[in-house]
Design a protein around this ligand. Structure first.
Ligand code: MF3
Ligand code: CO
Length: 254
């Protein structure tokens, strides 16, 4: 069931989104060669706490294997949900960051992919096209139109560029919880409801350099491309407010 949000509730979600993007503006300069990804996670935990929010990721998921961090750091062939560790970011890494904040019960979600130092030409193109896919998808978020238009826009940009969209994982409704209905696929399959005012969703293309198939690692979280080729991920939280579409998280300079 899709839970539509009223103007006051969207205002709460907007504040959560602005806090999340403010966090990212300070985090991005810290994502550099030689930094341990666990240090980024600890920095994010402290930042969210001092700002008066809570992590929407820490402890999320199944009771026997809850997500153990506030930040996801997915490097190179890792698609999403990479767990921060003692691993150091290396020159040329493609580093996807994903984070969510719960501010007074209102949840935000945003992801982006940072290039550490000088990355390969292929990595740069993959990252640029994935970011463009996000904006094509967001451009399809319109009251009265159908949800799978987002997927058509995303896939219609990734495929001609020679890349593959990951179909195993999707965007999602967000705002009261991290994952709500509807599912927001990046390839046009499944339920196709009409979008209406009050809809709040996370649009999040995951695009692979090779094939779109993925594997789940032993830790139960880290999703990698099955062919172990590069992957990129960009995400915004977006709302339909009356008859206008508003991207609630901020576009960040990289
Ligand atoms: N942003 C991720 C998503 O959209 C959520 C990460 S799952 C968590 O699916 F467990 F880390 F919270
Ligand atoms: Co998400």
């Amino acid at each position: 069931m899709i839970r539509l949000k009223n103007a006051k509730q969207i205002d709460g979600i907007r504040k959560s989104c602005k806090m999340l993007s403010a966090m990212y503006r300070e985090l991005i300069p810290l994502v550099k060669t030689g930094v341990e990804t666990i240090d980024l996670d600890h920095w994010v935990r402290r930042w969210i706490k001092q700002a008066g929010g809570r992590s929407a990721f820490l402890g999320y998921g199944p009771g026997d294997n809850p997500y153990p961090a506030a930040l996801c750091v997915s490097i190179n062939e890792e698609v999403i949900h990479g767990i921060p560790s003692k691993r150091k970011i290396a020159e040329g890494d493609l580093v996807s960051l994903d984070c969510g904040i719960d501010l007074g019960g209102f949840v935000s979600d945003q992801a982006l992919t940072v290039e550490a130092g000088r990355v390969s030409e292929a990595a740069r193109k993959l990252n640029r096209v994935t970011r463009e896919c996000l904006h094509r998808g967001l451009g399809a978020v319109k009251a009265g139109d159908r949800l799978l238009q987002i997927a058509r826009a995303v896939e219609g940009h990734a495929k001609p560029a020679g890349f593959s969209v990951v179909t195993r994982y999707c965007g999602h409704g967000v705002g009261f919880d991290l994952h709500e209905d509807p599912q927001v696929p990046n390839s046009p399959h499944g339920a196709n409801p009409r979008m209406s005012p009050g809809l709040v969703i996370a649009v999040e293309p995951m695009v692979n350099l090779g094939k779109g198939d993925v594997d789940l690692l032993e830790d139960g979280w880290t999703v990698v491309s099955a062919d172990r080729k590069l992957s990129a991920h960009w995400e915004h939280t977006v709302a339909i407010v009356e008859n206008r579409t508003e991207i609630l998280t901020d576009e960040l300079a990289l």
